[in-house]
Design a protein around this ligand. Sequence first.
Ligand code: GLN
Length: 304
Amino acid sequence: MQKILENALEIGRKYIPEGECASYIPELAKADKNHLGVCIRTRGMETFSAGDTKERFTIQSISKVITLMVALQHCGFDKVFEKMNMEPSGDAFNSLVKLDLTSDKPFNPMINAGAITTAGYLVPDVSFEDMLNYARRLCLDKDIVMDEKVFRSEMDHCARNRAIAYLLQSKGILESDVEKSLELYTRMCSLSVTAESLAGLGLVLSNGGRHPETGERLIDKYAVQVAKTIMLTCGMYDGSGEFAVRVGIPSKSGVGGGILAVVEKRMGIGIYGPALNEKGNSIGGSHVLEYLSKELNLHMFAAE
Ligand code: GLN
């Protein structure tokens, strides 16, 4: 396994020169684009790591998975999807074009419009501290904190998300306080994780939301089922279709360079690689996952 991970990194590293770190949040541009790490945590409680798996970075859009699951557990399916769809958008994660022109609902909870809507469901009753505790438990990582610098940097440069949030309010989709919803959304994006924490989250999700060792239920199993399905169809932004064909593992990426991947009933995989492709997905990380999927027969439709 260790050798396979090293090979995967070697392949992934070849693509790094073609990618760039996100810079629309200035603090993210400071990342070292050559970092690349992969961690696998299995149901048998084995951990395999290669490369930069202890490096902390911000979770960004991968937090949308946590927010969605907590909202489903807290408010129920009908409420969460009353004013939001579950279809791939085919547009960039921060697009507001279709939201204004062709649809009165956000396409899905994995794009910014959907995740801000979801944060709005939580704002009245669930505090950021509660959400931080969920993140620590679900990622099996008690050291997760909010990266204050990245949070400030994004809040100072979030005109686009603010525009989305006010557009949502104008359409009657976002009923909670706009600024509070935007702040909770941005705080969740600023949680600092490692590739290991993402592998932990993946492991919990692969286990239907139970702690892999103690069996304790950490999150509602139906919420996990919904989240994994939406990860498969929408988790890699407008690159989700090709990713599903090539890799075939429900995954979620973030512009901090993380990828969370869930291999059903087998393992969680966490990736860190801040050089992104044009869709905003870790370029090295995507190739690492494609290689691992083939090498370890992880594609959900692979023959035995
Ligand atoms: N915080 C980022 C934003 O809202 C998250 C985007 C992402 O990871 N795709 O733009």
